[in-house]
Design a protein around this ligand. Structure first.
Ligand SMILES: NC(=O)c1ccc[n+]([C@@H]2O[C@H](COP(=O)([O-])OP(=O)(O)OC[C@H]3O[C@@H](n4cnc5c(N)ncnc54)[C@H](O)[C@@H]3O)[C@@H](O)[C@H]2O)c1
Length: 247
């Protein structure tokens, strides 16, 4: 049976200072990978990387800024000696109604959630193709599949991310590079707690398994996809939502 073993592999995880990204970085690291954690929150990111210890390095960038993104990717590539696994996890999720979304916020959401993932994936894909193997894993969301009364731009950005995943999966597969998306429902992270206790309880009540996810439950799936266990999986979007959306 194939084991999840990432020793000798390198991974770059965005939005890794806290929340799900930190759990994904920790999961890949625990499975043997050397990990670069990218975040705009330099202090938290440095602390998260330090807590992992050896085989973990922080790089800092605001993903909305393509120049910062290029510099951070070059730094990560140099320190890791190439990126085998890229996890596009960072996102922003302002919860506003249709009427309250301004053009500037729409653009920011797409710049961070979609544009940064596109250009980072393309940068990483160059080296992956040259080595004949690689994994791109995009963190989408249930919000890209099922509408809520707020966050139209967030939902649209996550749906775009899954479409983009399939484009990368199609164009890169022949070179040994796979691309997949993971679409979680509610996870126990700071982002979820920002919606308020009452709203959180209301949404939790809709989940058939009766609770929200622990970050490591999503992180385990990411490690599975990143390792040899995920070798034949390409272009998929994994629903991991406790049964809120079944299809
Ligand atoms: N928490 C949930 O319930 C949930 C549900 C579905 C999908 N997701 C997805 O999971 C991923 C992680 O979510 P989370 O809950 O951990 O979020 P979070 O807000 O707790 O953490 C996001 C991290 O990304 C970083 N980040 C944000 N914008 C950045 C930028 N411009 N440049 C660099 N770093 C930036 C933040 O500093 C932070 O460390 C996101 O893609 C989110 O859409 C979360």
């Amino acid at each position: 049976m194939t084991q999840i073993d990432l020793s000798g592999k390198t991974a770059l995880v965005t939005g890794a200072a806290g929340g799900l990204g930190a759990a994904i970085a920790a999961g890949l690291h625990a499975n043997g990978a050397t990990v670069a954690l990218l975040d705009r929150d330099a202090r938290a990111n440095t602390a998260t990387a330090a807590a992992l210890g050896d085989r973990a390095t922080p790089v800092h960038a605001d993903l909305a800024d393509l120049d910062q993104l290029r510099t951070a990717f070059a730094e990560a590539t140099e320190r890791l000696d190439g990126v085998d696994i890229l996890v596009n996890n960072a996102a922003v999720a302002p919860m506003r109604t249709l009427w309250d979304i301004e053009p500037e916020e729409w653009d920011t959401v797409f710049a961070i959630n979609v544009r940064a993932a596109f250009f980072l994936s393309r940068m990483a894909a160059e080296g992956m193709r040259a080595r004949g193997c690689g994994r791109i894993i995009n963190i989408a969301s249930l919000a890209g599949q099922k509408a809520r009364p707020t966050g139209a731009h967030y939902g649209a950005s996550k749906a775009a991310l899954t479409a983009m995943t399939r484009a990368f999966a199609t164009e890169l597969a022949a070179d040994g590079v796979t691309a997949n998306a993971v679409a979680p429902g509610m996870i126990d992270t700071p982002l979820v707690h920002s919606i308020g206790e009452e709203k959180e309880a209301e949404l939790t009540a809709e989940i058939p398994v009766g609770r929200i996810a622990e970050p490591n439950e999503i992180a385990d799936l990411v490690s599975f996809l990143a390792a040899d266990t995920g070798a034949f999986i390409n272009g998929a979007t994994y629903d991991i939502n406790g049964g809120v959306l079944m299809r």
